[in-house]
Design a protein around this ligand. Structure first.
Ligand code: SME
Length: 152
């Protein structure tokens, strides 16, 4: 599936959505069936303090809460920009939820003028994510944000 088609699928899933949790679950499932060579994809949702709480995901059991600014997820959330890590062993503070993960990309999500959460994708291959994946996942994130309503 190319970027355009994936963004259209996200928009279709979000059309008329009145709850965020089912939409996040379906977008996660769509990405899990679309992206190759990944071992984890899912969302962490931000609370008022900026801590990130596990949301819908596909993959192995993961950390329930990532404290503000911690790990790749917290870093992307704090910077407000995508963080792409070619080799997680070189990222100081990386949180190893699934020991198989070798590379990771985290895209922050914004809604109503604030951090909403992050989209996190892990791979068991080194340097799995490049500029194209970054642009694809950021496009998916923007399409998803358009359909969030702020009610789980
Ligand atoms: N590796 C992430 C933690 C989440 S898991 O990969 C699902 C991090 O360092 O923030």
């Amino acid at each position: 599936m190319d970027r355009k088609e994936c963004v259209e699928r996200v928009a279709a899933l979000g059309e008329g959505s009145r709850r965020d949790l089912p939409l996040l679950a379906n977008v996660g499932a769509l990405l899990a069936e679309t992206l190759e060579d990944i071992n984890w994809v899912g969302f962490y949702l931000a609370d008022e303090a900026g801590d990130l709480w596990l949301g819908p995901f596909q993959g192995r059991v993961a950390c329930t809460c990532i404290r503000r600014g911690r790990g790749v997820c917290g870093t992307a959330a704090q910077r407000g920009e995508t963080v792409c890590v070619e080799d997680v062993t070189t990222f100081a503070g990386h949180i190893a939820c699934d020991a198989r993960s070798r590379s990771e990309i985290v895209v922050p999500l914004f809604w109503d003028g604030r951090l909403y959460g992050v989209l996190d994708v892990d791979s068991a291959s080194l340097s799995r994510f490049g500029a194209r994946d970054r642009a694809d996942l950021e496009a998916v994130a923007r399409a998803l944000e358009n359909h969030l309503v702020g009610t789980l």
